[in-house]
Each structure stands twice: as C-alpha cells, then as structure tokens.
Design a protein around this ligand. Structure first.
Ligand code: SF4
Length: 247
C-alpha cells in the first residue's frame, strides 16, 4: 500500500492565520500524485476568501444549481488533463460513452469555427489580454455545456478542476448567462493554485497556451503521453510553496 507523509504549512491570508494540513505520497510520483493535496489547499484558499468577503459589497453570488459559468472555457494545467481523462475512463457504462460523446461533439463544434487554431495564433502573435478575453467569449457563445454538467449541476464536484473551484462571482447570477467583462465581476483570489501550477509544472508538450482547454482534454491526452518526471510528494510541494512565496 502506498505510504503518505503529512505536512502542515502556516500562512496568513486576508489578515487571518490559516494552517494548511495535507498528506502527499512518500514515493516518487508525477504531479498527479499531489493533486489531492492541491485540491484541498485550493478549497481552503477559496473558503478563506469567501469568508473574508461575506457581508461586504463583494459577497459571492454563486449558488448550487447554477451552471451558467459551466459553458466557459476551463483551463487545465497539463497534469490535470491526465486526471480528467482517467476520471472519464473510470466512469461506468453507459455514462462513460455518453460523457465521451459530449467531449467529441464539443470539440467538433469548436473545430468548425477554428476556435483552438485561432487561440494558438493569437497567443503566438502576442495578442492583448482583451483579444484573448474576446476569444473566450466566442467559446461561451457556442453554448457548449461542460460534459460533466447535468441538470445544471457539476457531476464531478469533488474532482472538478482547480480553475472551477476558483471561479467566484460577485455580480448578479443572471449576468453570467450573457457574460461580458463589464457585467461579470470576479473575486481575484490572492493565491490561484490553478494559475500557479500551470506556470510551474509543464513539459515540452505545453507551449501556447499554458493550459489545455478542458473540452480538448481527452483528445489531447491521446496524442501527448504523460512525460512528467517523478519526484517525492514532499519535493513537489516544496517547489509549489517556494513558487507561491515568490514576490
Ligand atoms: S467540471 Fe463541473 S464546475 Fe467545472 S465547468 Fe464542468 S460542470 Fe462546471
């Protein structure tokens, strides 16, 4: 049986001391092995942010049963793409085939408008933040529901991507159905685990963009086998906290 080692990291967030307690594999693993610890840390960062904004004019408006944001592009860190593909493979039939079909249909719809190709071109040409944001709106306008969204609820909630955990909106929920940079207001988290690990851990597979759009994850994993090195869980987490502490 795989052994874990436990750790505690103390830090101050939004003026409050928090203790992050987590366990990571003692053996050498790829970053996938520390994903449960990262999810737990991300949850704690998000909960602390939500609590800090309660009762202010930035209270969070997201509620269970609202899946309006689940039609947006979800940026996965490279190793999260392997996690999502493995998760789909573990689904029982006939659900597995149904979910795979949703991924295939979503990619086909985006390919018809050349969405991924245009994104890569824009990033290679060093497009502005506004241009990339407009491109994300193009994705939304396609109205492609996330393959894991059913009855407007996330069916993989405990396993959902890091970026999904961090998407917190303070503007009225109805604005999310027709989002624009002017009407949808987000909380900018002090520490965004998803963004940190996208920048920190990637192989030569990833150039532009620095993430895999989730809808392309199954397709991408087939053509990009996992090439991450293996390190002890504690070493990966040391790298993560060193990076997080950088000014
Ligand atoms: S994984 Fe879940 S939370 Fe994330 S976009 Fe899909 S349905 Fe929404």
């Amino acid at each position: 049986m795989a052994k874990n080692v436990s750790a505690q990291v103390n830090l101050t967030l939004y003026g409050k001391p928090i203790a992050l307690q987590f366990a990571v594999p003692a053996d050498k693993v790829t970053p996938l092995g520390v994903l449960p610890a990262l999810q737990q840390i991300d949850n704690q960062f998000v909960d602390t942010a939500v609590a800090a904004f309660v009762g202010t004019d930035q209270s969070i408006s997201c509620q269970a049963g609202c899946g309006a944001c689940c039609r947006q592009v979800v940026p996965l860190a490279e190793f999260e793409a392997y996690h999502i593909a493995a998760l789909v493979e573990r689904l029982p039939e006939p659900r597995r085939s149904a979910v795979k079909q949703r991924f295939t249909d979503g990619c086909a719809q985006l390919d018809r408008i050349g969405w991924l190709e245009r994104l890569q071109q824009q990033l290679e040409q060093g497009s502005t933040h506004d241009a990339v944001q407009n491109h994300a709106l193009d994705y939304f306008r396609q109205n492609i529901a996330c393959p894991f969204l059913e009855a407007e609820s996330c069916t993989i909630h405990p396993d959902r991507p890091l970026a999904c955990r961090e998407y917190l909106v303070t503007s009225p929920a109805e604005h999310c159905r027709e989002p624009s940079p002017d009407t949808v207001k987000h909380i900018e988290l002090k520490f965004q685990v998803s963004r940190l690990v996208r920048k920190l851990w990637k192989t030569k597979h990833i150039t532009q963009p620095d993430s895999v759009p989730m809808i392309y994850a199954l397709q991408w994993v087939k053509t990009h086998p996992n090439q991450f090195p293996k390190k002890r869980g504690a070493e990966w987490m040391q790298e993560f906290f060193d990076y997080l502490a950088k000014p």
